[in-house]
Design a protein around this ligand. Structure first.
Ligand code: KG4
Ligand code: ZN
Length: 336
């Protein structure tokens, strides 16, 4: 059994091959960062065009690295949504065409669920119930998994996602794109106590997140102190900002842990590459006596291995896919 995964929900073109025993035979990710960098954010039209140019190469490369050919693939899996609709449609159409041509099933996968699944790629023995914190450029969500393959959203961002806030602050300071990894690097040498920012919390006490007011407060500080790329206080400022974002995320995790008593914790999504967040999430798990799982950095940002893994798990559990040619992409998650 070999399954090919395809992921094109935003600005990474990715394909991966997993074997029936969940071993990752190949994982190829082609980033479009250079294309979007001059604009300081993803330009949807450019993203979908680039997916069209890259998809065949990326799929072929994933097969070459797995030492397989298309006829060796037993099922296809692809991200159906949420994401940029033009980008999603490239991967979805490609997977549907392959499924049709080779008469093999096409398993559609939800992007958020795939991110949570990325933790299971490297550890299949995570105990349920699980509390998962998904932090990416498009999402900041808490998800509850009572058992395998069941995802109940219990909190989400009401405005900006955490990654979006990091990217926007970096853009404002002229640091480059994407901002998350740049802030991660610069903040490592800063003192988070120099510039204090009250971490954002919902005034109604709900488990939702909000980062837009926080971003405005950070922008005010930047103007007040005339902070720019070369300012001697820039690393301290970024360390303070990053540390407040981490505190806000962990505050909501803690509330959900107290309410629901999970057996395991998962941290996933692109921002889960952030070293301070990884460190503090692990420390939180240790103090709370709950095992905390964080995927390797390469599986935190968008990748197709998590897509193929989730599809394989669904297939193993006996789920069958409907008529694949009618599958359509969705920009937002409405179910669950
Ligand atoms: O999961 P992802 O690849 O795409 C979405 O589904 O949104 O996440 C991309 C986000 C971007 O906002 C990027 O700045 C952030 O992940 N990111 C990081 C780091 N690496 C990527 N944020 C903080 N620290 C990092 N090292
Ligand atoms: Zn993502």
């Amino acid at each position: 059994m070999n399954i090919l995964g395809i992921e094109t929900s935003c600005d990474e073109t990715s394909a991966a091959v997993l074997r029936g025993d969940f071993a990752i035979a190949s994982s190829v990710v082609l980033s479009q960062d250079e294309i979007h960098a001059p604009y300081g954010g993803v330009v949807p039209e450019l993203a979908s065009r680039q997916h069209i140019l890259s998809i065949s190469y990326v799929v072929e490369e994933s097969l070459r690295r797995a030492e397989l050919e298309l006829r060796d693939i037993d099922a296809y899996s692809v991200t159906q949504g949420p994401g940029l609709i033009g980008s999603l449609l490239v991967g979805l159409s490609y997977a549907k065409a392959l499924g049709f041509a080779f008469r093999k099933p096409v398993i559609p996968v939800d992007h958020l669920e795939a991110h949570v699944y990325s933790a299971f790629l490297e550890n299949r023995r995570i105990r349920f119930p699980v509390l998962a914190l998904l932090v990416s450029g498009g999402h900041t969500s808490l998800l509850w998994m009572e058992r395998e393959l069941r995802y109940e959203p219990i909190g989400h961002t009401r405005d900006d996602a955490a990654g979006e806030a990091l990217d926007k602050i970096a853009k404002f300071l002229g640091l480059g794109y994407p901002g998350g990894p740049i802030i991660d690097k610069l903040a490592a040498d800063g003192d988070p106590r120099t510039f204090r920012l009250a971490p954002p919390q919902m005034s109604d006490g709900s488990p939702d997140f909000s980062f837009s007011g926080f971003k405005t407060a950070a922008l005010r500080q930047i103007r007040e102190w005339n902070l720019t790329r070369g300012h001697p206080g820039i690393q301290d400022f970024l360390a303070g900002f990053e540390s407040s974002v981490v505190r806000a995320l962990l505050h909501n995790v803690d509330r959900a842990v107290r309410e629901r008593s999970p057996e395991s914790l998962i941290l996933c999504g692109g921002v889960a590459r952030n070293r301070r967040l990884r460190r503090e999430f692990e420390a939180y798990g240790r103090n709370a006596g709950i095992p905390a799982y964080i995927p390797s950095p390469e599986f935190c940002t968008d990748n197709a291995a998590m897509v193929a893994g989730l599809a394989l798990a669904r297939r193993e559990s006996g789920e069958t896919s409907a008529s694949e040619l009618t599958l359509n992409a969705y920009a937002r998650r409405s179910r669950g």
